[in-house]
Design a protein. Structure first.
Length: 267
């Protein structure tokens, strides 16, 4: 079981010139550098368009052993009225060459529109379309929902039956659901502050640290909003992925590294 802290993407101009990347670092070296500073990267580009197999192969080769990429699922799959009809889109996404990542492939995060309402039959059909393997490569899936109608026991039960993680989304535009429904937890932390060098004040980093440790150990943290019974989330220990994604994005690498340092007992 591993707790990984990470960032969204690696190409971001404000990270250059000493903010994150050393001054003068060639852009072609940015992934190599970032993958040695954080433990995981969520790839947002896969949300907008398919990538080439050669790109996945290069990403694999430029990163160290043990590093993990998570992929945002295609918007052409998730931004549709009827998710149950997304089978062809899911197949196209999986066939773009993700197997080139090998054991560096982490979960696939399927992000629904904030306006998408919970429909039990549609969601059940969509979750059933998500395979647990592709060309022999094990797959893990997470789903990030937005509308408050998803905060119910029925959705939690469907996700748990499918083994799909419900993303813990710290975003005022998305409903927060703390239920553990898979063998891993997935956090998207989006409240970074530009006036704080580490993105979050110490007490907030400590809160996130405790969340990660609780979910790694299989505890159900108290005081969080659950769609189902909190006790049903206990005992599901596993890997944790905690991404510093939005808000003051220029602070995301510092936040991810600060949280990782706290986990290791560093100042």
């Amino acid at each position: 079981m591993v707790i990984r802290t990470g960032i969204g993407g690696w190409t971001y101009p404000p990270w250059r010139g000493g903010t994150f990347y050393p001054d003068g670092l060639p852009q072609k070296k940015e992934l190599e550098y970032a993958s040695r500073a954080v433990a995981a990267i969520e790839v947002n580009g896969t949300f907008y368009r398919l990538q080439k197999p050669s790109s996945f192969r290069q990403w694999h080769d430029q990163t160290p052993e043990g590093f993990v990429f998570t992929l945002k699922g295609s918007r052409y799959v998730t931004n549709r009225k009827v998710l149950a009809e997304a089978g062809e889109g899911i197949a196209g996404f999986l066939n773009q060459g993700i197997v080139e990542l090998g054991d560096k492939l982490g979960p696939i995060c399927w992000q629904l529109a904030t306006t998408k309402r919970f429909d039990a039959d549609d969601i059940a059909a969509f979750l059933a379309l998500l395979p647990d393997r592709h060309e022999g490569l094990p797959l893990r899936h997470a789903i990030e929902v937005g509308h408050e109608s998803f905060a119910c026991a029925e959705f939690v039960a469907l996700a748990r039956k499918a083994g799909v993680a419900i993303v813990w989304s710290e975003n005022p535009d998305r409903v927060a659901i703390a239920d553990r429904t898979a063998s891993f937890a997935y956090l998207r932390c989006q409240n970074l502050h530009s006036d704080i060098p580490t993105g979050y004040p110490p007490e907030e980093l400590e809160r996130l640290l405790q969340l990660c440790r609780d979910w790694e150990a299989g505890h159900a943290p108290e005081g969080l909003p659950y769609g189902g019974a909190a006790d049903d989330s206990a005992g599901k220990e596993g890997d944790v992925f905690a991404f510093m994604i939005n808000g003051a994005k220029e602070r995301a690498p510092a936040a991810a590294m600060a949280l990782a340092g706290m986990m290791k007992g560093s100042p």
